[in-house]
Ligand binder design. Structure first.
Ligand code: ADP
Ligand code: MG
Length: 444
């Protein structure tokens, strides 16, 4: 059977198994990019950057369906069309110099590796629009957000995407620091016209971390002229900053007001689910299978690192590093050892009390009942849930947890954890309850 035939069989089966809306929205935008018989992988592809972020929830359904058609188990991997191109041209990009001499895009920082959540939806959409239609969508585009939340990633992604789609245009990515240094050197070496020429000839200027220009009056002045000249010639400008334009206090008002001429989009810290999605993606990019153990490790990391994606990533990398170094498989135990200082940070006793409070109020019992001897199910069950969550989200030992819950012994803790864990696998509606509880624990 050829790819197209297989795909139409596939759609037929899916159509009978999901709602019409789901079928139209999530499946029809795809096609089969390649079937790799040797590694039993089916690669799906789409142009649609929205559906690509939702397909993970349907992957096992896809795999089962292909198995029905082909009588063989395949792993399904779905990627954006341009990511396949990226793979093929990744080498080209990494050596391709953008106009200018110093900068090279990091092929990893592309749009398909960027996980979209509520915290960054607008910034992502605006960046993609700009990359698709430079100077037409939003100009200037001003991206702002705290450190490690994806500003540079989006700017690089714009650069990569625009390079692929508009190979003829000049794209320049610079940090404001680089801009400043170049400006100073140009002054020193009497090469201002070369400098001006370089910056005014670009079609897309991506200038990162503009807050660096604070207190640098002359560089600001020069950047102001660069900005105006590009803008007047209908060239695209994208600016990033670690805070909103209004808060760039020592930056010239003439500049900050221009930043707000068109689109300003912020990047906020990611919520728990997005952090998990990011970790899953990073784990898979690092070649790990997303086993239950790996998922537990991701849950652990996502619950500890809440407001910086760079750190989130770095923490996962440390666990992977430890696993390679010690030749041990990645699991919670290894992660706890590798990340000792994170674990220690919750020894202060606040964490278990919070978990008790959250669980008690969720199930409508009194916090004191958590520690009581009462054994009726409506109290014992929430208590077991709280014990389980303490086991998962604190580094406390079994006997310490027992002590905190009214002096129970360690076998009671083991029993509670077992029971709840089994239920988590079996009972989907309970799984939802747990998810809500975990979110509450993480959000506070
Ligand atoms: P910033 O420039 O805002 O300080 P970066 O863009 O350098 O942050 O992001 C820090 C790290 O986190 C990078 O490795 C980047 O790839 C990663 N990252 C940030 N946001 C996301 C996201 N939404 N999805 C995937 N990776 C992300
Ligand atoms: Mg940055």
């Amino acid at each position: 059977m050829d790819k197209n035939k297989i795909w139409s069989e596939f759609l037929k089966i899916i159509k009978n198994n999901v709602s019409e809306v789901a079928y139209q929205t999530w499946f029809t935008p795809f096609y089969i990019h390649e079937i790799d018989e040797d590694s039993s992988i089916i690669y799906l592809s789409t142009k649609d950057t929205v559906v690509i972020n939702f397909i993970p929830r349907y992957l096992s359904m896809c795999e089962e369906t292909f198995e029905k058609i082909l009588n063989k188990k395949y792993k399904v991997i779905a990627k954006l069309e341009n990511e396949y191109e990226n793979r093929e041209s990744a080498r080209k990009i990494s050596v391709r110099k953008t106009f200018g001499d110093e900068n090279i895009f990091n092929p990893r920082m592309n749009f398909s590796n960027f996980v979209v959540g509520n915290n960054n939806k607008l910034a992502f959409a605006a960046s993609l629009a700009v990359a698709e239609s430079p100077s037409e969508a939003y100009n200037p585009l001003f991206l702002y957000g705290g450190s490690g939340l994806g500003k540079t990633h989006l700017m690089q992604a714009i650069g990569i995407h625009a390079t692929l789609n508009h190979p003829e245009i000049n794209i320049l990515y610079v940090s404001s620091e680089m801009f400043t240094n170049e400006f100073i050197n140009a002054l020193k070496e009497n090469k201002m016209s070369k400098f001006k020429n370089k910056y005014r000839k670009v079609d897309i200027l991506l200038i990162d971390d503009i807050q660096f220009l604070e207190n640098k009056t002359e560089t600001q002045e020069e950047f102001f002229h660069t900005f105006n000249s590009l803008y007047e010639n209908n060239k695209q400008i994208v600016i990033s900053s670690d805070r909103p334009a209004k808060k760039l206090k020592t930056l010239d008002d003439r500049l900050t007001s221009r930043f707000l001429w068109n689109m300003s989009a912020d990047l906020q810290p990611a919520d728990f689910e997005t952090r998990m999605a990011i970790l899953q993606k990073k784990a898979e990019n690092a070649g790990l299978d997303y086993t239950d153990d790996v998922r537990d490790v991701c849950t652990f990391i996502a619950s500890k690192i809440t407001d910086n994606i760079r750190e989130l990533e770095g923490t996962l990398n440390r666990v992977i590093g430890a696993s390679n170094l010690l030749h041990e498989k990645i699991d919670l135990d290894l992660a706890r050892r590798a990340l000792q200082e994170l674990v220690n940070s919750d020894e202060n006793g606040l964490e278990p009390e919070r978990i008790k409070n959250i669980v008690a109020s969720y199930y409508g019992i009194r916090v004191a009942d958590m520690d009581s001897k009462k054994r009726n199910a409506n109290i014992a069950f929430p208590r077991q849930v709280a014990i389980y969550l303490c086991r998962q989200y604190t580094s406390l030992s079994l006997s310490k947890i027992g002590m905190i819950f009214g002096g129970r012994d360690h076998s009671t803790v083991v029993h509670s954890c077992d029971r709840i864990q089994k239920l988590e696998y079996k009972d989907n509606s309970f799984k939802e309850d747990l998810k809500i509880l975990v979110e509450k624990i993480n959000d506070n």
